[in-house]
Design a binder for this molecule. Sequence first.
Ligand code: AR6
Length: 231
Amino acid sequence: DIEKVSSIPDNAYLESKEVQGRAVGSTSSNANQDAPTLAFPSISTSDFQFNLEKAADIIVDKVAEFSNKIGNARLVLVDLTHKSKILSLVKGKAAEKNVDPQKFFTHVGDITHLYSTGGLQCNVIANAANWRLKPGGGGVNAAIFNAAGSELENATKEKAKSLSPGNAIVVPLPSSSPLFTREGVTHVIHVLGPNMNPQRPNYLNNDYNKGCKILQEAYAALFEGFVSILR
Ligand code: AR6
């Protein structure tokens, strides 16, 4: 796939390296591949239309802050395509800030097929949810609820009825869910980010003071949720 390969930036920065390693067997460069791993999408930057530069700064700041609190576990920012603007921005900023590439890297792939298609084992995935915690609505939310089956919907309902912006909720996934059996996902963490889309609820009317604060809170809640699973 020449098109895809040529679009990988020069500073590809560990992207998907262990994926290839996993397929051909273990090597010293991917010794950490069995570590607990949180895969997360870029919250609020697609349907919720949050500014990508601002989001990238917040992601890298929060990752840097939490990378000291997760032991040997890993954080992985995922997006669907090699052309993802948010992945390149975050890769650049993470390299500038010397974020440990063993603890944080980016990965191109569908968050519902990380192991089966990408060979990347992630026991926890995050969802960019809606406030009702309901399936559908497109984006990563629809993909995760579809892939996880009714098990996720029911397990979510048991935990909470709704979510307010800047918050996250950890949902243990029943072992009968296809996402558990096929991908090895044991927990989904729903996160509600700030909304800059006038067509959606809780619209912030371009108020980036509030928006950035809510996005920071959202990532802190997400990473704290992951830390609570590690304990
Ligand atoms: N795998 C990996 N990344 C994905 C996938 C996937 N299957 N699908 C989308 N992304 P979005 P938001 C990336 O719009 O902006 C929903 O309707 C996508 O490229 O899913 O927080 C909810 O119900 C982008 O980088 O979430 C809410 O109402 C990132 O995931 C609303 O959208 C987030 O894009 C939330 O909007």
